[in-house]
Design a protein around this ligand. Sequence first.
Ligand code: C2E
Ligand code: CA
Ligand code: CA
Length: 404
Amino acid sequence: MHHKQAARAFKSGDIIMKQGDIGMNAYIIESGRVEIILTNGDGSEQSLGTRGSGAMIGEMALIDNAPRTATIRAIEECQLLEISKEDFSKRLEKADPVLKMTTQVILTRYRDMLMRTGIMSYENSCSRAEAAELEYVQSSEVVESIKIENEFKLALMNGDVSLHYQPLISFTSGRIVGFEALMRWNDPKAGFIPPSQFIPIIEDSGFIVEASRWALKKSLMALKNIEAQTGHDDYFMSVNFTSHDFAADGFIESVYETLSVTDVKPQNLHLEITERLLMGQPEQAKETLDMCRAAGMGISIDDFGTGYSSLSYLQSFPINTLKIDRSFINDMMNDDGAMALVKSMLQLSHNMGMKTIAEGVETAEQAHQLKDMGCEIAQGYHFARPMPEGDVITFIRAQAPFEI
Ligand code: C2E
Ligand code: CA
Ligand code: CA
């Protein structure tokens, strides 16, 4: 059954939408004619032309909550079909994937262009009260994703995205052996936006490739600086990569290039990937990983135990570290099942000649237990939280080896 569109009638002279207002709908002109009017900074009005039947107006409202960029007035009696954000995104959800992606890309670029040319901006007449009200507007997932993606791109350019580094501690020496680089997005208005919220979105859109390249370069530069400031030269930096990164043209060349410009030894770079990546594109992943490993880089399987956990595939990849997911570490002291799983993951890892990192170690008891069971490296709040580069340097200078 077809979705019945809400039709709305306007008399000549009626204002259909007002510049600066928050738009919730786009319209298709079924009959009649409208005029598009821009109000300039000095209050003067400028006609941008007219639109007749079949044209769409106010379409930007479908992808975000920014204010209307112009006023539209009926200059004849008009019948308009209303398209709401929700309706649009429901249709988009149902659309063929290529159509869906193309639509998103075109709308995103269009919006970027408007932002760049300054026709549209968030500050633009959007008062605090209005902004607060917007918080309550139920906007669809698609709209939200496109918005987050756009904002993330701007944030990366503006320096609102940074990296924090979480120390990784050797269970045997109690010393720091390396760091994991973790992305942080601090929006001046919205505040801290967690990676779990934006990483999947920029992954879907493919922008993760650019973000990962940025993170790789930035984290290796930080590694060099941390070492220079503290007199160490044997730390490694662990950087997260997704299947999109591996699938992108020139992935391995860009990694080599970054190692060379930052002057970091391949041995001191660990690539963190998930089991999902290996399962999704085993052939391509294997080829790339073999080259990385041959060059000396470390390969870590992230969130181990949460994915497909088929042992046979693990063996065919050049992996040298397993990172046991923090859900198991979290449960192991009061859940025999979780404890048994941690034990068998450690055993598996050792049998295959790999090292093991326990993620999310939060208590001294967990640390003791893991050390007893032969786990090599700890990561968790019990030892250190992810922190900015400057704090890492202070931390290294002040911290005696941990007693575990
Ligand atoms: P992950 O790769 O599993 O990263 C470890 C996460 O565990 C981090 O969360 C870290 O802050 C958190 N963590 C560390 N120790 C503890 C602990 O003791 N207790 C608890 N509760 N949490 C702990 P974060 O920084 O929020 O990152 C979440 C996820 O976002 C990451 O999980 C990773 O999948 C993704 N991510 C973050 N930065 C990047 C990046 O640069 N690239 C990619 N592709 N993904 C990233
Ligand atoms: Ca990770
Ligand atoms: Ca993890």
